[in-house]
Ligand binder design. Sequence first.
Ligand code: C2O
Ligand code: CU
Length: 484
Amino acid sequence: MPPNRRQFLAWGTGLMVGLALPAWARLQSQDPVREFRLVARPARIDLGQGPSFKAYTYNGQVPGPELRLREGEILRVVLENHLPEPTTIHWHGVPVPNPMDGVPGVTQEAVPPGGKFVYQFTAAPAGTFLYHSHVGYQLDQGLYGALIIEPRQDSGAYDREYTLLLEDWVTADGGGVAPVARRQPMGMMGGGMMGRGGMGGGPAGPGRQPLLEPYYQAYAVNGKVFAAQEPLLVRQGERVRLRIGNPSAATIYHLRLAGHPLTIVASDANPVRPLPVDVLRIGMGERYDVEFVADNPGRWLLAAWNSGLGEDGLRVPVLYEEAGAGDWVAPQFSPGLRVNDPFRLVAGRPWRVDGAEGPRYNQVLSGGMMGSSWWSINGSYWPDAPSLPVEEGRRVRLAYFNRSMMPHPMHLHGHFFRVVNPGLDPSLWPAKDTVIVDPMQGLEVEFLADNPGVWFHHCHNLYHMEAGMANTLHYAGSAHKEAT
Ligand code: C2O
Ligand code: CU
């Protein structure tokens, strides 16, 4: 069995360090503190395919250790930086207090080599989250892990659960920043025509060229490629929950489990009305909790559609304890399958629409034109992007329009937003923190401004984010950087 629902109880007894905590981080209650130590350091890793290589790791492993605790407990993480460069940790999806958000230059100074930082916040709400570095390309070098917040009361709704992190890998020293072949952005000209780096678009003046996304060489789940994975064991009759997170830097997956439909029960930690799908589409930064009923004994594969690596694409074996010998059965992908999209999701519990109506900000996503490797929001490139003012207590809208030829999983820090669906009562709009905006698609989200600070907002394709597709929102009175 992989680390499971019970085992976490044995963890969290890490070392105590005597670092002073600011007043806001001091305990407000008698809630138990669970402390973990994460050491960011280079290490050789072995995905089970090809030679080992040097990546960045938490505690010498990829992904980093799964942090698991109960809703309402205080999570304290002591980050020690043994990397040759600064780092931070971002608690992806958790509405943490602003100073805990881990965005360098926005919510904290990055932790220098040899430095330490203590993150501390209340673990809430329950659900599936990620944690990852928010510095440079470190996410694509191995610095991520799962954060699982269990509900206060075990619902007993399923018999077995597994956490699956989906990972795209460059299997050379340095991971995502290794000198490997890179993909031209897909633009109006088809990409690749204008040479490396490209022309057209992009901030004026000289500056470093952003890295293009690599051609990935391996796809792994929980740090192992298919050939090296332990099968997910199930027993006939069980209801199995998969907590699936996508910390990949630049890959959207379409997953199908042979022999079984999947039922989505939560999206980005928020319960949704059970939605059966044949194919789960999951963008970078998204998490889906899905369930299936083990009613079809055999040796099945949960596999991603067309990664370009054929048989070496992302696959996970699912094995019934009662199954006999034989080959793994792969899922078929054909037209007409049911795939999730944000407009098919319905909130699992209705929420009260409160807060006065606030501003609506258009967010036009563009880039990739004429082979440019720069990506923008409203024509601006982070860090030279205007910060959007929000007022506490208001409902704020972000109205995306994607004017480019690539999908962008847009992620807002510090809040859950609701995906506006004109066909649905607003109390049932599904809450998420990351949503894919497809090419030429318009999509609106709304959030209640209830967590003061300066919050990062960006495309979760790491190579787009680093190439400008980011900005901030700031509450009145929060110190923020104005665009120059
Ligand atoms: Cu996974 Cu800025 O976030
Ligand atoms: Cu993008």
